[in-house]
Write a protein that binds this ligand. Structure first.
Ligand code: NAP
Length: 272
């Protein structure tokens, strides 16, 4: 077995600490740096980022690119960037790395810190293929040569998560206005989400063919439904930001001639 590379982790927040612990668990020699000095068992603390850049691989996990960018220098040999950002931010960092002779991998973590080091933690990565340290964190999933792709997958999937959580919280609040507790309601939500999941492949196909014929439910009916949902939330004394936003978007698609089409036709408005 070859000698394991030395790895530094920049950022010891919730996620960075979990990453550093996983590397230690896999037998790596780990150096850590954090703005607010922090000790982590079986790691060496670097006083400055530059000191941490002496390792073979530098893993960054800071809150944002704005925070990260000023810390990076061309002393880094291989950069595994796990800080969340936009595709353009990732591409700009990849260009900077290339111009400075730094090997670069852009990754996103589709997991919570508690899952790091288990196969449940999917690490999407793009750009470079030097992903050996990613195996310590979970299951690496290569999504392409363009360094911006991992961020694109990340934000697309998180968008579904935030929309779902927003919808769930609105529903819990609505049920709560009549004293129905989440413990009673949530099992129904899980079944419902499972059912909805089965509808996505056909919806996805329609967005590609742009053929929106439906014998299931027309957009007209869904626009009426969203109006009812908005009114019901208002009647029950709740905020209506989420249902109103959806109603506005769906109604625009209806006005533009998609009333008899399926919900998939709303993508025509989104793509504008
Ligand atoms: N937590 C999750 O479930 C999760 C899941 C997937 C991806 N991520 C991504 O992982 C990254 C880190 O998230 P996290 O949950 O670990 O966040 P966090 O717990 O808030 O930690 C943020 C880290 O950024 C550092 N930082 C913030 N401002 C800084 C500055 N001005 N200069 C230097 N360092 C600074 C913090 O240092 P201090 O300790 O000094 O404040 C800390 O190390 C984010 O990009 C996040 O999107 C997180």
């Amino acid at each position: 077995m070859g000698i394991k590379k030395t790895v530094s982790v920049l950022g010891l927040g919730r996620m960075g600490s979990a990453l550093a612990k996983a590397l230690v668990g896999q037998g790596y020699e780990v150096t850590v740096w954090n703005r607010t000095p922090k000790e982590l068992p079986n790691t060496r603390s670097a006083a400055t980022p530059e000191e941490a850049f002496k390792s073979d691989v530098v893993v960054t996990c800071l809150s944002t690119y704005d925070v990260q960018q000023p810390l990076l220098t061309n002393d880094i040999k291989t950069l595994v960037n796990l800080t969340s950002g936009t595709p353009d931010q990732a591409r700009a960092t990849a260009r900077w790395a290339k111009d400075n002779g730094i090997e670069y991998v852009d990754g996103v973590i589709m997991a919570v810190p508690q899952q790091i080091g288990t196969p449940q933690a999917k690490i999407f990565f793009s750009g470079g293929e030097n992903h050996h340290v990613l195996h310590a964190f979970g299951e690496p999933v290569y999504v392409g040569e363009d360094a911006g792709l991992a961020a694109l997958y990340d934000l697309a999937l998180l968008g579904i998560m935030w929309a779902t959580f927003g919808g769930y919280l609105q529903a819990v609040a609505l049920m709560g206005t009549e004293g129905i507790e989440p413990a009673r309601f949530t099992p129904m939500v899980a079944d419902w989400l499972n059912e909805l999941g089965h509808m996505l492949p056909e919806m996805g196909e329609q967005t590609q063919t742009r053929q929106y014929e439906t014998d299931v439910s027309a957009l007209d009916i869904n626009v009426s439904g969203l109006r009812l949902l908005t009114e019901a939330n208002r009647e029950q004394g709740l905020d209506t930001t989420i249902p109103q936003a959806l109603h506005g978007l769906f109604e625009r698609a209806q006005r533009n001639g998609h009333g008899a089409h399926s919900i998939a036709s709303v993508i025509e408005e989104i793509r504008k």
